[in-house]
Design a protein around this ligand. Sequence first.
Ligand SMILES: [Zn+2]
Length: 681
Amino acid sequence: MTIVRTTMLVAVCTLTLALGAALARQNVSDAHDIAQDMDRSVRPGDDFYHYANGEWLKTSTIPAGQTSYDTRAILVAKTNQRVRDLIQEAATAHSAGIAQKVGDYYASFVDESSIEAKGMAPLADEMAMISAITDKASLSAYLGATLNTEVDGLTGNADHIFGVWVNQSFTDSEHYVFHLLQGGLGLPDRDDYLAQSSKMAALRAQYQSHIAAMLKLAGVFDSETKAARVLKLEVSIAQTHAPDSDAADVFKQNNPWKRADFGLTAPGMDWNAYFKAAGVAEQSEFIVWQPTAVTGTSALVGSESLDLWKDYLRLHLIEHYASVLPKAVADQHFAFFGTILSGVQQMPDRSQDAIAATNAALGQAVGQLYTQRYFPQEAKARAQAMVRDMIAAYRARIPNLTWMSGQTKEKALAKLAALRIGVGYPEKWIDYSELEVIRGDAFGNTRRAEAFNRLRNLAKLKQAADPDEWRIDPQIVGAVIVFTPNAETFSAGLLQPPFFDSQGDTASNYGSAGAGIAHEISHSFDELGNIYDAQGRLGNWWTAEDLAKYHAAAEKLVAQFNGFCPLADLCVNGKQVLTENIADLAGLLTAHDAYVLSLQGKTDTVINGLTGEQRFFLAFAQRWRKAQSESALSRQIKNDTHSPAEYRCDTVRNVEAWYKAYQVMPGDKLYLKPHDRVGIW
Ligand SMILES: [Zn+2]
């Protein structure tokens, strides 16, 4: 079986990080009645998914332009609307503190007449800096000054030559280090430049026309000829980039370099000038994720003409700030990146871009406004109590695993004890007081926010590594697992009904959000997390015997899912979805233990005729409900590592307590003999 060695930062499986997807607005009342979506005419032991979700599935329609619709989509739309309202309120309130910054940032961004009136003048000083490049040293200094610090282990392509991610190293959890990542491409991916198909050749021709148009807007003469050369330079940069397949292998990214290695191994760039201008002249240790990109791009700095590099830099400067430059620039940028590349015909409403830009620049300031209104301290405390029960349940469960050796169990328990779980919002917010936001200066605000974040990121290089660093804005419906450091973060946006109701039923909370959190925790101990230790350092802590027994125990789960064939000639590939199915099972079992723990020996009340045990499993089943087009389902079965929703729900078949809760008997369609149930966790 192939093991995917994922990068140290993993966007969470079931929940993606995203804001701003234009979705139909839906009303979801906060007080959610778990019973209203059921179809009680279906027998739970025959079809638990439709028993739990029958009414919802009958009445839900996929919004136009989408291929699926589920609770997450509803929450994203609802939360985006709340964020929009908060930001727009701040813009009209003319208040002080973070609300002033948020409001003025937004108001400036939508103030298109001010942006138009300034024309290209805001770019003048930086364009002059590019024109003043006279040798390789000043070119290197300019490149260093534009080092992008807003990338991370998930971002494949920084929009400047290189990007830095300040995070602990793969071997030392005490200190932040400088992770240097490849960058510098205009198109999203290396293969966009290198693929030989006629489709990609046509795309590159369109990109070249776009470059010419942008250079013309930047005031560059003979833009057609120059565009061809700039594209050629980007193709050369792409040739030095590591292939996408490398991104799946974290061991390929762990290349420690000393400062002196750059001059010796990667000649061309004036590295002294580069690092000095980047503000990290004293930095001595680096982790170079893609050495070929560093040596290759540096060689191009040495070999290509200054004039070519200057045109390349003019292009990327205007591209970078396109959203806060006059309409002609923004329109041209959208015509290529929006319409040609992403297939979006109509430019989104300016306010939508402004919301996204405000979130990007002032994420935790917006997060404070959001949580003050929608996720108070009491909600956080209740979610934290649930997380504590999940951890206690794992602590009790790990010693009983049959496939893990004694020494591995000790390591697993140490890793569990060290795991940091952030819930809702950070303990300590980013202090934005040094960031000046001026109403009417969209361009300046953008630049100052970038500089603020850059200084903040680089300052970490001189601080001890903080395992509690907050990695997702509270107003995003999502979560992040970081293996390095050993930490997970669940946002306030995710912790809302129907997943989690801070004033609602414990059984439902544990069966829904609880099982989701427990799913993510399990990844720290499975084939994704087994190469990271308690401090997030690289090194496999399983024995060969653990691995063999784990795979043997998993065989039954592979077979179970191979048997699901929802479309003609298309069955689920049990091996492809195995890791996520194991996490679903671990999450469900552990969340159930945690629910039992939370009762402290008492019997839960009956609500809507449902016992606590029944509501726990019902909430789990409702977590997965999804309306999906046949083509989307087919795509998911072919490509996704997660099973279709209905079969994730059917994880209950392996759990003894579900049989008891719903009195599922031999003869029921979902019934599995005890011997056929999977006992990995
Ligand atoms: Zn997962």
